[in-house]
Structures are given as C-alpha cells and as structure tokens.
Design a protein around this ligand. Structure first.
Ligand code: HEM
Length: 393
C-alpha cells in the first residue's frame, strides 16, 4: 500500500527496479541509482549537470555566454552560488518576504472566495510566480501574463521536430523576454534594487544571459513550487486528519509535514550527472565503479523511499519519521551537494503560508481526481485539471 498520489507507470516501474537492485547499468551505458548512499556520493562531488536539457544547452549556447547557475560546475559555480546565497537565506526570506507572501495568499484567496471555483494549478502558479518574481526582480510587468508564458515554456519539449511546436516555443520565449525580462532589466539599469537581476547586471551579464537565468528560475523555482502546492492540497483534502494536524501545528511541525509530503512526492524525479571522479557503488554483485564522464540517472522517488534511510513504511506519509543525522527531512527532494536547491526556504515558507490560509476554508472541496502528466524538461510530474470548489457555508 502506498499513500502516494503520483503513482504513474513511470514511478511504479522505478520502484520495481529499485527493489531488484540499488544500482545498475543499462545497455546504453547509463547508471541508474536508487540508493540514497550512492546518490549522495555522486551528488557531493564535482559532477557535471546532465539533466534539464544540459546537453542541448551546451550545444546551442555560444561559448562566450554565461550558462545559468544550474548548468555550471566547479569553482565558477561555487563562487556564483556564494554570491547568490544572500537572496535566499532563512533570515532574508523571513524578514523580507513574509509580508509579501501573506499579501499574495490573501489576494488569491479573496479571488477564490469570489469565483468559488478554480483550476488549482493555474492558481498555485500565480502564488509561485509572484513570490519568486519578487526575489528574482521580475516585477515590471503583468505577472499573470508572465505565468502563461512560463507555463508554456516549461511544457515545450526543446528537442521537438514539429515546426508548429517550435514556433509556439519561440513565441513564448520572445514574449517572456520582451514583455517581462527586458522591462525589468531596463528599470534596474536606471535604478538598481536588491534582487537577482540587479546583481547579474552588476556582474556584467548581457540581456540574453539574464533571460536564460530567468527561465531557470521560472522552471526550477516557480513551476516546481506550483506542482508541490497542488500535490500537497491533494493529500490534505483526501486525508482530513493530516489537514487538521497541519492547521493546528506549530511551525516546526508544519514544516515536517511539508517535508514528508515532498519526500514521498519529489517534484523533480530524476537528477542526472556526469561525475568528474570515479564513484564506488556497492551492489549485490559486488562493488561497481562509476567512471568519470559516465551518465548517472538518480531516481529520487526510489532514493527518498530507501528503507535503510527512512525506515519502515517508506511509501506512506509519516511526519513523525525519524531520519539519520545529516539527512534532510525530505531526503533528496531538494537535491544534494553543490546544486542543492537554493530556494528551499523560500518554497517551504510560501507553501506553508498559502496552505495555512487555503486549507482553513471549511467548505473547500475537490471536484474530482486531478490528472497527472509527465514533464520531460524537469523530469517531473504535473498535476492538471485539478478543479476545487468552495461550497456555500
Ligand atoms: C517545492 C519547490 C522546489 C523544489 C521541489 C525544488 C527542487 C530543486 C532540486 C531537486 C534542485 C537540484 C537540481 C539538481 O541537482 O540538478 C533544485 C535546484 C535549484 N532550485 Fe529549486 N526547488 C524548488 C523551489 C525553488 C525556488 C522557489 C527557487 C527560487 C526562486 C529555486 C531555485 C533553484 C535554483 C536556482 C537551483 C539551482 C541551484 C544550483 O544549481 O546551484 N527552487 N531545486
């Protein structure tokens, strides 16, 4: 039995393979990792990013252009991360963004009270876009329009052959740049502020480089948060006891609940790397050596349910679960090592604020089970057609 809502064929197949062998290599030479220990060893060394279309990025981006943070490695990546960290620390998030997050959630809930029926993933994208935009500095345009372009860009398969699809992606890319990124850059060139875009301008980034960073924040920050909010609402509405616990808990307990839901339902399902040094991996057949440059696919649904780390009933929601020291409460749902998510505190705080207000609506109801699809760009799930209603009191 599993409490998992995202129980697609892909996730089920991953679990079957994980049960057979914690690490194995397929005929195409790719290593598949299902063990938390091996995943940690790969992620905690200077491996190169191989997910999120990294191969395509390195082929199509001219070498004189700065790659977005997610695709950098080594010393340059470390330096850039250190400089960006100040925008995302728990103290910054709490002191600078709490009021704005509350105002966003209140405005959205007032809108819901009026409409009485919303498609949740559009609604949660608005929350995620408004919050991340404030940190990044995309604040000089209509954010609802921006959300539409970002959602379309994340959905587009960058390797697609159809010219219609390619044109559609180009249209959204152009509209995102001209309508949202460029106005933000222009405003900050005149008057710098304390946000990521102002920081990149000060570092000498060109407009196109800022555009690619903004797309990364849109994908890594906004879309992931939208999906997590949707899956969390789904769990709470089908588990009234958990909803009650969340609504009456102190902050630390609420965070444990959110981490546990994210552990079970990691939004990014696969992390891909090419290690720089060899990694030893213990398998039932002996020690396997992952060689430098080999492609490694880390399956987070399995890693996060590794019984040796998370204990019994790994496929069930159990916020009281005790994990070993130095293992995050959501295990690797925010990644691990050098590329570990910078936006973790931001995401958790905005989800906490939104969910406390949203779940407190007593007549909130799911109309039917949402549809789950797969997004190859982020290698993650998308919860769609999730209609929620506010019944008359
Ligand atoms: C529930 C929400 C979120 C989830 C599940 C999530 C998940 C992740 C994961 C798994 C990674 C690691 C990718 C890898 O190792 O290849 C990552 C990286 C990253 N995330 Fe998040 N993320 C979330 C929210 C955010 C937010 C709100 C922001 C910022 C606005 C953000 C910004 C980033 C950035 C910039 C990176 C790249 C870090 C680097 O490469 O050094 N994320 N995220």
């Amino acid at each position: 039995m599993t409490d998992r809502k995202i129980a697609t064929e892909k996730v089920q197949k991953t679990m079957v393979q994980a049960a057979q062998c914690p690490v194995h290599r397929t005929e195409d030479g790719t290593w598949h990792v299902y063990s938390q220990e091996v995943a940690r060893n790969v992620l905690r060394q200077d491996a190169h990013q191989a997910g999120f279309g990294a191969d395509l990025m390195s082929k199509t981006m001219p070498s004189y252009m700065e790659m977005p943070l997610l695709y950098q490695s080594g010393e340059k990546h470390r330096e850039n991360r250190k400089e960006l960290a100040r925008f995302f620390t728990p103290t910054t998030v709490r002191d600078k963004y709490t009021q704005m997050m509350n105002a966003c959630a209140d405005a959205l809930i007032a809108e819901f009270r009026q409409k009485r029926r919303v498609q949740l993933s559009d609604f949660t994208l608005e929350m995620a876009v408004r919050v991340a935009s404030a940190v990044v500095g995309l604040t000089n345009s209509n954010l609802s329009h921006m959300a539409i372009h970002l959602a379309a860009l994340v959905k587009s398969d960058l390797t697609q052959k159809s010219w219609v699809e390619r044109m559609r992606s180009q249209y959204h890319l152009g509209a995102f740049f001209l309508g949202h990124v460029r106005p933000a850059i222009r405003a900050r060139k005149k008057q710098p502020t304390d946000d990521v875009i102002s920081h990149l301008i000060a570092k000498g980034y060109k407009d196109t480089e800022i555009l690619t960073e903004c797309i990364m924040y849109g994908t890594a920050g906004m879309v992931t948060t939208r999906e997590f909010l949707c899956v969390a609402v789904w769990h709470f509405l089908e588990n009234p006891a958990l909803r009650e616990q969340f609504l009456h808990a102190e902050e630390a307990e609420r965070r444990k609940i959110l981490h546990e839901l994210l552990r079970l339902e990691p939004v990014v399902s696969n992390l891909m790397r090419r290690p720089v040094e060899a990694v030893n991996a213990l398998t039932p057949a002996g020690t396997a050596v992952i060689q430098p440059g080999d492609l490694v696919n880390i399956h987070l649904h399995a890693v996060n349910a590794d019984e040796r780390v998370v204990g019994e009933n790994p496929h069930n929601v159990c916020p009281a679960r005790v994990l070993p020291a130095k293992v995050s409460d959501s295990v690797m749902a925010f990644g691990d090592g050098s590329h570990r998510c910078v936006g973790e505190f931001l995401a958790l705080q905005e989800c906490d604020i939104f969910l406390q207000k949203f779940l407190a609506l007593p007549t909130l109801r799911m109309e039917s089970q949402p549809k789950v699809t797969w997004n190859p760009t982020i290698s993650g799930y998308e919860v769609e057609a999730f209609w929620v209603t506010l019944d008359p009191a």
